[in-house]
Design a protein around this ligand. Structure first.
Ligand SMILES: NC(=O)c1ccc[n+]([C@@H]2O[C@H](COP(=O)([O-])OP(=O)(O)OC[C@H]3O[C@@H](n4cnc5c(N)ncnc54)[C@H](O)[C@@H]3O)[C@@H](O)[C@H]2O)c1
Length: 376
């Protein structure tokens, strides 16, 4: 493995932006990256000033992402990869420009705002030969990776049902009207593409596939906008059908009072079941048919290889969100160093699936909540 640090440039993530901060922490965990360039906001002066506070050299603190692509591409010590942490509508043009200029891409979800863009990006990744990593955070948790390995090893038998819930309450009121950071663009269809189904539903949908290894073929969705005047969905109830005969359900909502970041997942087969809750991420409940319900702990007895590999400290020394994110960065670095390597990080293909999910949800709900095919 090369120990050369991967030089990255960040687009978005200036000031108090949520995800930019998380990505910068995650990329530093294993010392595999160096943040060398940035176009951190839409205002050129602020973008450069924010870059200075992060120690980015003045000649690499850019006023726009277009300037960053052009000037970095011309440097001998050019960046290797671009991190995209902007509102959704910019993911496609930024990632497209980055791939065309020969940079790897680490991109936030949902990958794009339309299915056509997602497909175009997948074709471009294929053509470019560059790495593309989609940061579905929850796939980085050791106990999620353990659940995936247990399902693949047949521990729960043939899949019967998967249930994923992602519930929040921070959009329970029309906070976008007060200009609340993050809420304005998330409730603008042109900038977000969709509401709760894109913002958090795609995480639940991705996680269900990540763990089960199965992709549903059809869905039925009832989307609502409970907050008056809101132009995107803020609540979604979705049923899934799989080709194997398995069934699934996804609940995603940002208006359910009392829920902070309440993501949970339950997977049931004919031989057993698994349960995981994001707010207690070190625990995975496993029940083998006919046996007592069992609590498995991160890096504890019964850990699988992926859970051990994803753990940084011994069992009972709590790890969480940032370590999970850092696992995604570590694995992406491995794949950039060695493109032949398969890593458990969502790819551009998963990004297309996410947009196919959003598109099918909108179609189904628009037809009065009828069953529709999911067209990846
Ligand atoms: N993986 C996760 O768990 C997770 C969690 C939250 C958000 N997200 C995703 O991360 C992305 C960012 O979300 P956020 O919550 O950080 O949003 P945010 O509003 O906090 O930050 C967005 C940033 O993009 C910048 N920006 C806007 N226009 C720009 C432009 N033209 N050029 C450069 N920068 C520009 C803003 O200045 C800001 O710094 C979204 O796609 C969101 O869906 C992912």
């Amino acid at each position: 493995m090369s120990k050369t640090r991967i030089r990255v440039g960040m687009v978005g993530g200036g000031g108090t932006a949520f995800m930019g901060t998380v990505h910068r922490i995650a990329l530093r965990f294993d010392d595999r990256y160096e943040l060398v360039a940035g176009a951190l906001g839409s205002n050129p002066d602020k973008s450069r000033a924010d870059a200075a506070t992060l120690g980015i050299a003045p000649d690499r603190a850019y006023g726009s992402w277009q300037e960053m692509m052009e000037k970095e591409a011309a440097r001998a010590d050019r960046m290797d990869a671009v991190i995209v942490v902007t509102p959704n509508f910019l993911h496609f043009p930024v990632a497209e420009a980055a791939l065309k200029a020969g940079f790897h891409v680490i991109c936030e979800k949902p990958m794009t705002t339309t299915l056509d863009e997602a497909r175009a990006l997948a074709a471009l990744v294929e053509m470019s030969g560059k790495g593309f990593f989609l940061t579905h955070t929850y796939t980085g948790y050791p106990m999620i990776r353990q659940a995936r390995e247990m399902v693949a090893a047949g521990e729960i038998g043939t899949l019967r049902r998967v249930e994923a819930e992602y519930l929040q309450d921070w959009l329970a009121e029309p906070v976008e009207k007060t200009g609340a950071e993050g809420a304005v663009w998330r409730t603008d269809p042109a900038k977000a593409g969709a509401g709760a189904i894109g913002d958090i539903g795609t995480h639940a949908y991705n996680l269900a596939a990540f763990i089960t290894g199965e992709e549903p073929t059809h869905l039925l969705a009832e989307l609502s906008s409970f907050v008056s005047g809101r132009k995107v969905d803020d609540d979604a109830m979705i049923l899934l059908r799989y080709g194997s005969g398995a069934k699934g359900a996804i609940l995603a909502s940002q208006v359910l009072t009392g829920n902070g970041n309440n993501l949970s997942l339950r997977v049931y087969g004919d031989k057993g079941g698994l349960e995981w809750w994001q707010e207690r991420p070190e625990e995975l409940w496993f029940t083998r048919l006919g046996a007592p319900r069992q609590l498995l702990r991160r890096n504890g007895a019964g850990s699988t290889a992926a859970a051990i590999d994803g753990s940084r400290v011994p069992a009972a020394h709590p790890e969480g969100y940032l370590e999970a994110f850092a696992n995604i960065y570590r694995d992406a670095a491995d794949a950039m160093d060695n493109p032949a390597l398969t890593v458990p990080v969502p790819s551009v293909v998963d990004g297309v699936r996410g947009l196919a999910f959003i598109s099918a949800c909108l179609a189904s709900s628009g037809q009065g909540a009828s069953w529709v095919p999911i067209e990846n």
